[in-house]
Design a protein around this ligand. Structure first.
Ligand SMILES: Cc1ncc(COP(=O)(O)O)c(C=O)c1O
Length: 392
């Protein structure tokens, strides 16, 4: 090679879904009809009115310039109205809300804004990979806080050693949780806010699934509902899952003004905001999507979840907890080799599912199914895996 890559990139693993998608593509090119139950990319469309707003704005002549580093004021105001309506939380749309090009970039940029080399990120044993990846890119260190199932996968913050607490800069939380589907209560969040306030740690609540909840629930909690949370917390919201808009790349970081401003400094040096028609469609999504649209969509996910719950034994898997929210089913592989199980499911049955170890060490021995495939296709996947298991 005529040039040398930075240590930063040489020490960074590929994002797990790059490898999974490459493996799937190879099989598809060889003619295999792969059923994808790996990524959490919603298969259902956003509300029709949202798509109409996008297309009408695209046709206008005055919509094509840069939109400003703080994003569109109209979108920020819509996020403020949304938080007020869902959670009763007041946000200043100028200083406490920053639009993002999907929440993933915001999470990574927040790690870069807060973590210096040698600083510690506190993560739970199971979590979305961006918290660890962002910390690694910032040359920080990871400390895994125990978050046992009998504590609803919420971290036991009192068990963190004092020397770790002193060097900790961010506590990352995510409920409804990917991959377990567990929820956090306001009491859980209040404990985390207290802990972070006591130790000067930024609490990052990554909350893209608060609108995806089951069994008659309306919406999951926001950390910002805890009185005083804004002193130490930000929340990342996203329209990817709440409004089936994953490809549109639209979200926001909301909460503590100082953290939002640090993120703005980071981002304004990296990107130049989003496309105005996307912001306008986001305004329509947040202001005009009815509760019944959300409930009907969640009922479809719930039916798919229940189908998988019933099929666990036939697929040689053991269900631990029935997910209460988010888009996933978390299951135990009795022989504990999640990677071998997923390799077999892909190559022998043509079904792509995600090895639990992608979500951290505590995920080893588990697999994750996503709920973003129509029922008949999901049924076909279940039958294929059951057949593969029965001939093993
Ligand atoms: C927990 C969690 N956070 C953040 C994201 C990123 O969402 P987006 O970048 O599409 O807003 C995902 C996507 O699956 C996720 O599961």
């Amino acid at each position: 090679m005529a040039f040398r890559l930075a240590d930063r990139i040489r020490n960074l693993e590929d994002y797990p879904f790059v490898k999974i998608s490459d493996d799937v593509k190879k099989l598809q090119q060889a003619g295999v009809d792969v059923i994808r139950l790996d990524m959490g990319s919603p298969d259902l469309p956003p509300p029709a009115a949202v798509r109409e707003v996008l297309s009408s704005h695209v046709m206008r002549e005055d919509q094509h310039g840069y939109t400003g580093y703080r994003g569109s004021a109209r979108f920020r105001q819509a996020v403020a109205r949304y938080y007020k309506r869902l959670f009763g939380v007041d946000l200043d749309s100028d200083t406490e809300i920053l639009p993002l090009i999907g929440s993933k970039e915001g999470l990574i940029n927040m790690a870069l804004a807060v973590i210096s080399p040698g600083d510690i990120s506190l993560v739970t044993g199971l979590g979305y990979p961006a918290y660890i990846m962002g910390t690694k890119i910032a040359q920080g260190e990871i400390y895994t806080v125990p978050a046992p199932e009998d504590n609803n996968f919420f971290p036991l913050l009192d068990e963190i050693p004092q020397d770790v607490v002193k060097r900790a800069r961010i506590l990352w939380l995510n409920y409804p949780n990917n991959p377990t589907g567990s929820l956090a209560s306001l009491g859980d969040y209040a404990k985390a806010v207290d802990f972070c306030r006591k130790h000067d740690i930024l609490l990052v609540s990554d909350n893209p699934y608060f609108e995806v909840v089951f069994d008659g629930r309306d919406v999951a909690a926001s950390v910002l509902q805890v009185p005083g949370a804004k002193e130490v917390a930000v929340e990342f919201m996203s329209l990817s899952k709440s409004h089936n808009m994953a490809g549109w790349r639209l979200g926001a970081c909301v909460g503590n003004a100082e953290a939002v401003s640090a993120l703005l400094r980071m981002k304004s040096n990296m990107d130049s905001g989003h496309f105005n028609p996307v912001y306008e469609a986001g305004v329509a999504a947040l202001d005009h999507t009815s509760r019944s649209w959300i409930q009907e969509r969640n009922a479809i996910y719930q039916e798919r979840r229940d189908l998988l719950v019933e099929a666990m034994p036939a697929m040689g898997l053991k269900l631990k907890t029935i997910p209460k929210g988010a888009l996933y089913m978390w299951a135990n592989v009795p022989n504990h080799d999640d990677v071998a199980y997923c390799r077999g499911a892909l190559h022998e049955a043509g079904v792509s599912i995600t090895p639990g170890s992608v979500y951290g060490q505590a995920g080893s021995g588990y697999v994750r199914f996503s709920l973003v495939t129509p029922q008949p296709r999901m049924m076909e996947a279940i039958n294929r895996i059951a057949k593969w298991q029965s001939i093993l």
